[in-house]
Design a protein around this ligand. Structure first.
Ligand SMILES: C[S@@+](CC[C@H](N)C(=O)[O-])C[C@H]1O[C@@H](n2cnc3c(N)ncnc32)[C@H](O)[C@@H]1O
Ligand code: SF4
Length: 351
C-alpha cells in the first residue's frame, strides 16, 4: 500500500501550474498540519492498515518545503509503525525553500528521496515560467541533499516552452546529468485552465521532434525511461505502485485515495479541510472502469499488462499490434515501447 500527503501551500504561484496550491494562505499552515494527523488516523482505520504495510510515502504539493520540518513530526510519529523498514519516503521540494537545515531535519524524520522542482537551469526560462529560484540556488539545493546523504535525488524538468531549442534542452540535460541525482521527471508543458499561461498563444512549443529528441537524449545520458515522463537508474516505488493499481491513502486537501474499487475525494478547499478533514466524496468504480484503467496505466509504463487481462476481442487487437511491432510480448505480459503512443494504443485496444 502507498500513502500520499498533499501540502497545498506555495511561496509563489508559477505561471503554468494548476495544482491545488495557494501562495496566500500561510496563516492556515499550522492548523492544516494538525488536521492531517486526524485524517491519517481515520484512513489507517478505514484501510484496515496493518503494521509495516506501507511501502512508500510521498509528500507532494504544492511545496512541502514551505512547511518547517518539525511540523511533520506528529505525522511521522503516527505513520512510522505502519511503514515497512525499507519504505521509500519521498518529499517534493522547491530549491528556494529547501534549506540545508530543512533537508537534514526531513532526512532525520525518514525522508530518503527528494524530488526537486528545478524545471530548467536556464535563468531566462525560469523567469519565463514564473519560478522564484535561480540556477545557482537549484545547484546548491541538490548539492546540500547529496552532502546530507539523501539516497535518491530526482529533479523535475519542463520542456516544450517557446524558449526551448535543441541547444537549450541539451544544456539543461548536460547540467542535470553532472549532478548527484539518479532520476529525472521531464514534463511537456501543458496549458492548464485558470493559469496565466492558459490563454497565451506564445508560450508552448508542441514540436514532437523536439520532444522525441529530448526523451532520446535523457535516455542516452544514463536515465532509462520507465514511464512517459519518468527516467532513472532508480525507479520510484511510488510511481510504479500507482501504475500497478496498488491501494493508496490520500491525506490532505484534494488528496485522492484508492481502495480496491473505490476512490475517495477529500475537499480541495484548505478552509473546509481545516474545519473537518474527514469529509470526502466516494466514487465507486465498476469492473469495466478498473479494467480500462489497468490498460491505460500498464501501457504508459514499464509495468505492462498480463495477457490474461484482455478480453477475446482486445486480445485480437493486441496480437495485431504485436505483429506490427507496436507492442512487445514477453513472459506472458504485453509492453509498450513508445510511450508517446500509449494513449492512442490503449484507445485502439479498448474501443
Ligand atoms: C506538484 S509540482 C511540485 C513541485 C514543487 N512545488 C516545485 O514546483 O518545485 C510537480 C511538478 O509538476 C510539473 N508541472 C506542474 N504543472 C505543469 C504543467 N502545466 N506542465 C508541465 N509540467 C507541470 C513541474 O515540473 C513540477 O515540478
Ligand atoms: S510548480 Fe510547484 S512551486 Fe510552482 S505553483 Fe506549482 S506546486 Fe507551487
Amino acid at each position: 500500500m502507498l500513502a500520499y500527503l498533499h501540502i497545498p501551500f506555495c511561496d509563489s504561484k508559477c505561471h503554468y501550474c494548476a495544482f491545488n496550491s495557494y501562495d496566500n494562505k500561510s496563516s492556515l499552515k499550522q492548523n492544516y498540519m494538525q488536521r492531517i494527523t486526524e485524517q491519517l488516523q481515520f484512513e489507517l482505520e478505514k484501510f484496515a492498515s496493518q503494521k509495516k504495510s506501507i511501502s512508500s510515502l510521498f509528500i507532494g504539493g504544492g511545496t512541502p518545503s514551505t512547511i518547517p520540518a518539525s511540523w511533520y513530526e506528529p505525522f511521522f510519529d503516527i505513520i512510522k509503525p505502519y511503514s515497512q523498514d525499507d519504505a521509500e519516503v519521498t518529499s517534493e521540494a522547491n530549491p528556494h525553500s529547501a534549506t540545508h537545515e530543512w533537508i537534514a531535519h526531513m532526512h532525520a524524520l525518514g525522508v530518503n528521496r527528494l524530488s526537486f522542482g528545478v524545471q530548467s537551469f536556464n535563468e531566462k526560462k525560469l523567469t519565463f515560467l514564473g519560478r522564484n529560484h535561480t540556477p545557482k540556488i537549484a545547484l546548491q539545493a541538490i548539492e546540500n541533499a547529496a552532502k546530507e546523504g539523501i539516497e535518491n535525488i530526482s529533479l523535475d524538468l519542463i520542456y516544450g516552452t517557446t524558449l526551448d531549442t535543441e541547444i537549450l534542452l541539451q544544456e539543461d540535460l548536460r547540467i542535470a546529468s553532472s549532478l548527484p541525482i539518479n532520476h529525472i521527471s521531464a514534463y511537456a508543458l501543458t496549458l492548464e485552465e485558470e493559469t496565466p499561461f492558459y490563454t497565451r498563444k506564445d508560450v508552448a512549443n508542441g514540436s514532437e521532434e523536439l520532444a522525441r529528441n529530448f526523451v532520446k537524449n535523457i535516455i542516452e545520458s544514463g536515465f532509462p525511461q520507465y514511464e512517459i515522463s519518468n527516467f532513472g537508474r532508480y525507479q520510484s516505488k511510488h510511481n510504479k505502485g500507482y501504475w500497478e493499481h496498488q491501494d493508496y491513502l490520500g491525506i490532505g486537501a484534494g488528496a485522492v485515495g484508492f481502495l480496491h474499487n473505490r476512490r475517495f475525494y477529500p475537499t480541495k478547499s484548505i478552509e473546509a479541510y481545516t474545519q473537518n478533514p474527514l469529509i470526502q466524496e466516494t466514487e465507486l468504480l465498476s469492473n469495466e472502469d478498473l479494467h480500462i484503467e489497468k490498460i491505460f496505466l500498464g501501457l504508459r509504463s514499464v509495468v505492462g499488462i498480463p495477457m490474461e487481462h484482455f478480453s477475446v476481442k482486445e486480445k485480437e487487437r493486441v496480437n495485431l499490434l504485436i505483429t506490427e511491432k507496436k507492442l512487445i510480448w514477453h513472459e506472458n505480459r504485453v509492453f509498450n515501447n513508445d510511450y508517446f503512443l500509449s494513449d492512442e494504443i490503449a484507445l485502439f485496444i479498448t474501443q
